[in-house]
Design a protein around this ligand. Structure first.
Ligand SMILES: Cc1ncc(C[n+]2csc(CCOP(=O)(O)OP(=O)(O)O)c2C)c(N)n1
Ligand SMILES: [Mg+2]
Length: 795
């Protein structure tokens, strides 16, 4: 795609026009924040906030990008605190209605930080939790590479991240950079906004040399845009080299202190401790103002330098590029470079002065650039150039209701997952869309069967040096498993981008990730990030709980079930039996395919991701077969998908007058629950057994009816999913190899006494029965819990 204006941008005339545009971007970004804080009466006395200095820092870089560099298919992640700059640009480009400009941080208005799902204009990547949005484009590019290899090349996109320099303190950045799965992505450009300031302080010392080495070591192409053209010209003059060396060696704190000073004091501060050559050189510049302008002339605000640097990055086709753009936090504003400027706001008087300086009035301050001017025409041409083509719609073929898994022997849910994925890989329609990934735990989470059939993804065929009869690890562009190093952050960032591929790469996929369940927490922030961004994927946390008995406390998860239940946009599922898992996985993939193909918010489609908590404990499948015979497949499947079904029915004993209790278990503990029910039966107590396949779906159904009651001031009813399965109003015992809290709400939902058993202390090594005994999950404890629940029933 050619854009004549991009070619003109590097000329004097071009940089003049960009200069005019950037002044308007700076004004709008600053005023958007000012309006949020000063024009609106929030009525609650809570400070609104916003980041004028952080926004100003990127004004030149973003003006250069959007008005002279980007093409329509490019995808950009914008540093969280520059969201006003982004929206100002979208407004000037005609992609955002003027009515939104005074709505930053207002309900229904522009979000504080760029949001894919909540902002009114098109945001490619959500940002906010620093480091995560920064790394997302790298995984989007890895996803694009995968998509191009499997489905044919899309129009080329560049994946660009605008990153605050302090974001490089986040470990996930370096996990992303060093993973081999992100090697060689030449269409990636990270632009680091090197303003040498974070939130609290001027970042001590000079970090950049170390960062450059870290990027270089990881195989990245490193570019710097450090000195503006005035400084570069000065360096070329006799004695200029000493000036350069002096600036290069100056610690951040010293350099940064220049910005807040009046021009005459800049000379003195700049030369504080300087060698004689530098003093002599500066003596040749008589004007203090000229010297101050010169020594603070950074390339991050120099269009020619920036555009040349972007070009250098583009030219590097075989590896990602990082561009260190030296900038000034608060550039062009009275708060420029002040160490305390992160949350500082211009006063109304300062805003008035700025408006006047730009020739704007209260009547014209929100206007777009005049279309009759050169700048206005430039922007109009860029608007046309950046208009995106409509998405091609190519939905995933129908996902079956089940893979027909019918295990005849005891099997764990983890093993069943492996077999279900193999089953799906035999389905010619669905198979091409499946992609699995794992952080170095593919084989130990039972993905080997799938990998044997589909291979491991690598952009080029890689020779295999060792033959393994059990596992064919054949790597090439056709592989459908993406192997990651041990980084759960990377797992969830990659799953997030695979799960947004329908949008960012115009290709729906069915992504499935596996991770040891306790380490879901290790990647939790990225998990939250990805689902907040609207990504749709399946992740299996396996193995989980103390059922992983010999592995001990460090590998046993307890609070993950609560996390799964509570996380928005995620459906948490924990089945016990293989056939139930089969139905649930197929159901999840069906929902993902449907949501990817449907307009947002389409009624009846469960939209989001799926978190399966699985186990390596093999359990006898006969009880499930019994429920199948009793209820029939159609009813049983409906109940399994709704969140619970009756695994054992003690209706006969109850009809004979026996006291009734409901034992509700979830996951690997069902054998103990069934044994307890049998013991209770022997003691003349009718114990029904309910297998909770998704505490989340049950909880949501309950909450829906409650909230409906709250909103309409009418008495809520017990939701159908609970009423059908629990039937009677008998006391309840909940049993879960997870924190007892996860299911403890069932008593309230049913309006009956409840005793909740679960794992509320850290685990340890042992056998399953040792640990179930310690945590009161053995059959005897469940029996006692049932008696306790009955004794609490005073009706
Ligand atoms: C994970 C996370 N931790 C802390 C914060 C709070 N925070 C917001 S901005 C910021 C400093 C950012 O500095 P930098 O990335 O250099 O941005 P800039 O200087 O451009 O404002 C911090 C600590 C956050 N947003 N996310
Ligand atoms: Mg910074």
């Amino acid at each position: 795609m050619t854009d004549t204006r991009a070619g003109m941008a590097g000329t004097d005339a071009g940089t003049d026009v960009l200069g005019t545009i950037q002044q308007r971007v700076l004004w709008l970004a600053t005023r958007i924040i000012d309006a949020a804080n000063h024009d609106r009466d929030t009525g609650d006395g809570v400070k609104v906030g916003g980041h004028q200095a952080s926004s100003a820092s990127l004004v030149s870089v973003m003006t250069a990008l959007y008005f002279a560099h980007l093409d329509a298919p490019d995808k950009v992640s914008v540093k969280p605190h520059a969201s006003p700059t982004f929206h100002a640009i979208q407004y000037l480009l005609g992609n955002l209605d003027r009515s939104y400009l005074p709505t930053l941080r207002a309900f229904g208005g522009l979000q504080s930080y760029p949001s894919r799902t909540k902002d009114p204009d098109i945001v490619d990547f959500s940002t906010g939790s620093v480091g995560l949005g920064a790394a997302a484009p790298l995984f989007a590019a890895a996803t694009r590479r995968y998509v191009d290899a499997h489905f044919g090349a899309r129009p080329g996109s560049r994946f660009i991240a605008l990153i605050g320099d302090a974001e490089l303190d986040e470990g996930n950045i370096w996990e992303a950079v060093s993973d081999p799965a992100t090697d060689g992505l030449g269409d990636v450009m990270w632009i680091i906004d090197v303003n040498r300031q974070s939130l609290d302080r001027v970042v001590p010392g000079i970090r950049i040399a170390q960062w450059k080495q870290q990027f270089t070591g990881a195989g990245w192409h490193v570019v710097e845009a450090k000195y503006g053209h005035r400084l570069q010209a000065a360096f070329a003059r006799p004695g200029g080299e000493s000036l350069r060396a002096w600036i290069d060696e100056m610690p951040n704190e010293h350099y940064q202190s220049l910005f807040g000073l009046p021009a005459p004091s800049v000379r003195q501060r700049f030369l504080d401790g300087a060698p004689d050559e530098v003093r002599d050189f500066c003596a040749g510049i008589a004007s203090d103002a000229e010297l101050a302008g010169l020594v603070t002339d950074l390339a991050g605000h120099d269009f020619r330098s920036l555009l040349a640097a972007f070009g250098e990055c583009d030219a590097e086709k075989d590896r990602p590029s990082v561009l260190f753009a030296y900038t000034v936090k608060g550039w062009g504003l009275p708060i420029a470079g002040n160490p305390r400027n992160h949350s500082a706001l211009l006063s109304t008087a300062q805003i008035d002065q700025m408006r006047e300086r730009l020739g704007l009035t209260l009547a014209t301050e929100w206007d777009r650039l005049d279309p009759m001017t050169t700048a206005g025409q430039w922007v109009a041409a860029r608007r046309e150039h950046l208009a995106r083509a409509p998405r091609r719609s190519s939905p995933v073929p129908p996902v079956p209701d089940s893979t027909g898994l019918r295990p005849g022997r005891p099997i764990s849910t983890q093993e069943a997952l492996g077999r279900i994925l193999v089953g799906l890989s035999r389905d010619e329609g669905v198979a091409p869309y499946l992609v699995t990934t794992a952080p170095d735990v593919a084989t130990s989470t039972n993905l080997a069967g799938f990998i044997n059939r589909t291979g491991v993804f690598s952009p080029a065929v890689r020779r295999s040096w060792s033959e393994d009869a059990a596992l064919k690890w054949s790597e090439g562009p056709e592989g459908q498993h993406i192997e990651l190093g041990i980084s759960e952050m990377n797992l969830f960032l990659l799953l997030g981008q695979l799960g947004l591929s329908w949008d960012l790469s115009d290709q729906p996929l069915l992504p499935v990730g596996t991770v040891y369940d306790p380490f879901v927490l290790r990647g939790l922030d990225a998990f939250v990030y990805s689902v907040y961004s609207g990504a749709r994927f399946v992740v299996a946390g396996t193995p989980s709980g103390v059922s992983l008995a010999p592995e001990g406390g460090a590998h046993q998860s307890t609070i993950t079930a609560s996390v799964g239940l509570e996380l928005p946009n995620v459906t948490f599922i924990e089945p016990a039996y293989a056939t139930a898992l089969d139905w649930l996985i197929c159901g999840a993939l069906q929902a993902i395919a449907a949501a990817n193909a449907a307009p947002p918010g389409t009624a009846g489609i469960e939209d989001g991701s799926y978190y399966f908590r699985l186990s390596t404990r093999g359990i006898d499948q006969a009880p499930f077969a019994g429920a199948r015979d009793r209820l029939g497949d159609a009813v049983l499947r409906r109940h399994v998908l709704a969140g619970a079904y009756q695994l054992a029915d003690a209706g006969e004993a109850a009809a004979g007058g026996a006291p009734e209790v409901c034992l509700a278990g979830s996951g690997a503990v069902l054998p103990e629950v069934l044994a307890a029910a049998a013991e209770l039966g022997d003691e003349g107590i009718a114990a029904h057994v309910v297998d909770v396949t998704s505490a989340d779906r049950l909880y949501r159904a309950w909450q829906r009816t409650l909230r409906q009651g709250v909103r309409t001031a009418t008495p809520p009813s017990i939701p159908g999913a609970l009423r059908t399965v629990f039937g009677t109003r008998a006391p309840v015992v909940t049993v879960h190899d997870a924190a007892s809290h996860t299911l403890s709400w069932l008593g309230s939902a049913l309006g009956v006494p409840a005793v909740s058993l679960g794992v509320d202390t850290f685990g340890q090594s042992g056998t399953v029965s040792d640990l179930y005994r310690v945590h009161d999950l053995d059959a005897g404890s469940i029996v006692n819990a049932a008696l306790a629940a009955l004794s609490l029933d005073h009706r």
